[in-house]
Design a protein around this ligand. Structure first.
Ligand SMILES: Nc1ncnc2c1ncn2[C@@H]1O[C@H](COP(=O)(O)OP(=O)(O)OP(=O)(O)O)[C@@H](O)[C@H]1O
Ligand SMILES: [Mg+2]
Length: 352
């Protein structure tokens, strides 16, 4: 793995007029890591990536690449390659010329360029398309051409802004696995922007979750799935995401509609009780559980999503499709393991 390609941001502030896009961002990325920036639309992911690329001036804070303070360095001084959501290929140039472009910019000898272009194109399986123009390629091939152009120069940092968003679902899953293999093979640090939580969770070593211009949690996909730091993160991760039910704590018990559902050490007050759909199940007929009513059942083929009402609140549970599905309108009791419950303070949204 490469020794180079560490990234550090400290207290980075970005304003657009009176609007603050980033409120003091602290971020640390290790050499060789595949690091995802995940968050809903408008949360500041692209802004962060553009700041790393040097395309955006900051209004406060510092940025380091390895040991160099690059806060005010020009894009060309940073040795980073960026792949945008739209591939930004030059339509009048062939695939080979597009891939060669970054090398021409730094006056690489012609003989060297040809070999490097072939090598980069081969890595993304477009070696046979070098003579075509971008308009004669499929979306996936254009995507690969943009990737080849980014890797031809062997940058220390690979910045990718939703690079697969224009692909259909199947090609997207294939390409993301390829991208991951390629990044591993090159040993290059990758910073990967996506608003698709499943994509971030499957591709990244670590994920930073953005909300409204703030970094709310950084960790491995497993950390974030198992211990979401806030209600907002909990509600953003998982398919379907976590159920979030208003509850109260009194006398060491979590109460839902006044009925005790769980022992807790949390202080008395208003809380949000979180439960992953896969952690909820329908209890056997004679067993205790949380009273609920089945509203409808979605059959996904290999799984069922059962929508239930618990008093005035709604929840989903995910079960395998082997048993008979519960009938709509049927009263049921819901069971879950106490350790599968997540508690959040309702006022602050913070995990308890
Ligand atoms: N040039 C600009 N002028 C004013 N506001 C801007 C400008 N560029 C970005 N913003 C605002 O900054 C916020 C963050 O934008 P950014 O592009 O970083 O979001 P994002 O997380 O990448 O979202 P998406 O998933 O939709 O791409 C948004 O609210 C956006 O409207
Ligand atoms: Mg964006």
């Amino acid at each position: 793995m490469s020794q180079f390609g560490s990234v550090r941001m400290e207290g980075v502030v970005k304003k657009h007029g009176s609007f603050t896009a980033l409120h003091g961002m602290d971020l640390s990325i290790h050499p060789g890591e595949f690091f995802a920036l995940l968050g809903p639309s408008g949360s500041g992911k692209t802004t962060t990536l553009r700041i790393l690329a040097g395309l955006e001036e900051v209004n406060g804070g510092r940025v380091w690449l390895d040991d160099a303070d690059v806060t005010h360095a020009q894009p060309g001084e940073r040795d980073v390659a960026m792949v945008f959501q739209s591939y930004a290929l030059y339509p009048h140039m062939t695939v080979a010329e597009n891939i060669a472009f970054p090398l021409k910019m730094i006056d690489t000898p012609k003989a060297e360029i040809e070999g490097a272009v072939k090598e980069a194109a081969a890595k993304v399986n477009i070696g046979h398309l070098l003579a075509r123009k971008p308009g004669q390629l499929s979306g996936g091939q254009q995507q690969r051409c943009a990737l080849a152009r980014a890797i031809v120069r062997k940058p220390r940092l690979f910045l990718l802004d939703e690079p697969l968003s224009n692909l259909d679902a199947k090609l997207r899953i294939e390409t993301r696995a390829e991208l991951r293999r390629l990044q591993r093979a090159l040993g290059v640090t990758a910073v990967y922007v996506t608003h698709d939580q499943e994509e971030a969770m499957t591709i990244a070593d670590r994920v930073a979750v953005f909300m409204e211009g703030r970094l709310v949690q950084t960790g491995t996909p497993k950390d974030i799935f198992m211990k979401p730091a806030t209600v907002a993160v909990a509600g953003f991760i998982g398919t379907p995401p976590m159920n979030l039910l208003n509850a109260t704590v009194a006398d060491g018990l979590v109460l839902l509609d006044g009925a005790p559902v769980l022992a807790t050490e949390a202080r008395a007050g208003d809380v949000v009780l979180g439960m992953r759909p896969g952690d909820l199940r329908i209890a056997a007929a004679d067993m205790p559980g949380l009273p609920a009513r089945v509203e409808f059942v979605e059959d996904l083929g290999d799984a069922l999503i059962v929508h239930v009402a618990i008093g005035e609140q709604r929840a989903k549970l995910k079960t395998d499709a082997s048993g008979a599905p519960p009938a709509e309108g049927q009263p049921v009791r819901l069971a879950f393991a106490p350790e599968a419950a997540h508690l959040f303070d309702r006022a602050s949204g913070q995990r308890l």
